[in-house]
Ligand binder design. Structure first.
Ligand code: S3P
Length: 169
């Protein structure tokens, strides 16, 4: 599907547990494109986990790392960039994404998200959010910003991953 090289990046955004990393891997295979996992890249550079970064330096520090990394990444094209769930919340970051990227928003119902993330302790933002209502409340707060950033919106509830990738392509 991607014989040459795309003159832009495919940027996956959306709430935690909407499937950004899974979809990135599938798209990467289908298109033979390099994948950048922003969270992984930040962990590698910081030599500590996301919960440790939040705990030791605070959320603002992490958000600044995201902004810096996004800026760096837009210098190149033909990559799949899987963002952390908060990356599209800063207007500055979205402006950066738009420079060189097609922004794909993945969505899912709060119940679906809870099912996907409930045994995972790697997300500081969900530490005290353990119910569907908690997830729905935070999603509601973020949704406008996610939608405003998106060039394309794809729901991931009850769909197989191959189909989701075909829809995106
Ligand atoms: C966050 C989402 C996480 C990670 C960090 C903060 C958020 O990424 O960047 O824990 O604020 O939504 P995932 O969306 O991959 O879980």
């Amino acid at each position: 599907k991607n014989k040459g090289s795309l003159p832009f990046n495919l940027i996956l955004i959306g709430f935690m547990g909407t499937g950004k990393s899974t979809v990135a891997r599938c798209l990467g295979k289908k298109c033979a494109m390099e994948i950048i996992e922003m969270d992984e890249e930040i962990v590698r550079r910081e030599q500590r986990s996301i919960p440790e970064i939040f705990q030791q330096q605070g959320e603002a520090y992490f958000r600044n790392l995201e902004t810096g990394l996004l800026k760096e990444l837009q210098k190149e094209t033909n990559k799949i960039i899987s963002c952390g769930g908060g990356a599209a919340l800063r207007a500055e970051n979205v402006a950066e994404m738009k420079k060189n990227g097609k922004v794909i928003l993945l969505t899912a119902e709060p119940q679906t998200i809870l099912n996907r993330v409930k045994y995972d302790n790697s997300r500081p933002i969900l530490k005290n959010r353990k119910t569907v209502a908690d997830i729905a409340e935070l999603m509601e707060k973020r949704q406008k910003k996610y939608l405003a950033a998106a060039d394309l919106v794809i729901s991931t509830d009850n769909k197989n991953i191959g189909q989701i990738c075909e829809d995106i392509l």
